[in-house]
Design a protein around this ligand. Structure first.
Ligand code: TXA
Ligand code: MG
Length: 324
């Protein structure tokens, strides 16, 4: 029936996953790696367990939680999979694409944040898939950070952020994508992009051969509740810098500043983090922000990424972090 993701893992990891699955079955909370960021998981069908996630994160209770599945049939169990959803699942799952579909009644309102829809995704990570399969239930999981902090991309950051609020942390090393999944609403005639992420708008349009609307274009009728809340902003101001502003910036800056970007900085900063390419910029963004905000600089200056592919999602997170 299933792919037996557990059997493919080393014996020690299998033991940990069995223990984690037991915690999930008993209504506890387990943090686990996905290809995007670490998630804080609970049994998606158990309202009481899911309420523990809201409490541990300090998350507003009307912000729905993505339900993680290990197969398309499991997605069909939690919601109505129409042709658009099916097409996208076949093309992009397992992968960083969450699909908002009409919810089935088995999913408690607590998981859906009171909405009639549910966000589902099949993560591309062997530990995550083995955990869902072994627990034998869909797992609701937001990013495993305190509300208002950046999403964690390694197990150590989860432990530091959530501490005793989580029963177990499965360590799968640093995550590969580093930014959260794309969230796409496929309940209407046209798909609506609620959050840019690891799968780009262009890739989705090509697969469906139809236009993807932006939540802002769709008259804000279909906003993702999560986008209403204040997002992570570092403890020191973060500004985005375009090439055209370099001369002005270098002539007027009188603060200790740090640079992060793919190019070398336009003038000498106190600290700098240079990424090899767009993928590395995305993968390391949250870690770099956490490192620079506590390095003693007064300002973080981020190179504006090119708006193509993953660059669109990267710029979205940088703009949120800059607080504009
Ligand atoms: O990559 C990811 O998506 C990570 C990993 C752990 O899978 N999860 C994640 O979850 O980023 P979270 O809760 O931090 O962000 C989920 C976003 C929120 O903005 C939420 O409002 C939106 O997805 N969302 C979830 N279900 C929804 C629904 N039914 N309708 C509209 N938006 C929804
Ligand atoms: Mg989050």
């Amino acid at each position: 029936m299933s792919a037996d993701y557990l059997a493919a893992l080393p014996a020690a990891t299998q033991e940990e996953i069995k223990q984690a699955a037991k915690i999930i079955a008993e209504g506890g909370l387990v943090a686990f790696p996905t290809e995007t960021v670490y998630g804080l998981g609970a049994n998606a069908l158990d309202a009481y367990a899911v309420s523990g996630i809201y409490i541990a994160k300090g998350r507003p209770s009307d912000n729905p939680i993505i339900v993680h599945v290990s197969s398309v049939p499991m997605a069909e169990f939690v919601g109505e999979v129409n042709w658009m959803a099916r097409y996208l699942m076949e093309k992009f799952w397992p992968g960083p694409l969450s699909l908002v579909i009409p919810s089935n009644p088995v999913v408690p309102e607590t998981t859906r944040g009171g909405l009639a829809t549910v966000g589902v995704r099949m993560p591309d990570n062997p530990i995550a898939l083995a955990l869902i399969e072994t627990a034998d239930t869909p797992i609701a999981a937001p990013s495993a950070n305190k509300s208002g902090r950046p999403s964690p991309t390694d197990a150590e950051t989860v432990r530091r952020d959530l501490g005793k609020n989580v029963d177990m942390v499965l360590d799968g090393g640093p995550t590969l994508v580093g930014l959260e999944s794309t969230v796409l609403d496929v309940t209407g005639e046209h798909p609506v992009l609620l959050r840019p992420g690891g799968v780009s708008k262009e890739e989705i349009e090509k697969t469906l051969d139809m236009e993807v609307l932006l939540a802002s274009d769709a008259n804000s009728l279909k906003r993702s509740p999560g986008t209403r809340y204040r997002h992570y902003a570092p403890k020191v101001p973060l500004v985005l810098l375009d090439k055209g502003q370099h001369a002005f910036f270098c002539n007027s800056i009188n603060k200790k500043w740090a640079w992060m970007g793919i190019s070398e900085p336009p003038c000498a900063p106190e600290q700098k983090i240079i990424f090899r390419n767009l993928e590395e910029y995305a993968r390391e963004l949250f870690r770099a922000m956490r490192a620079l905000e506590s390095s003693g600089v007064e300002m973080i200056v981020a190179e504006t990424p090119e708006e193509k592919g993953l660059g669109f999602a990267l710029k979205d997170r940088l703009i949120r972090a800059s607080g504009v």
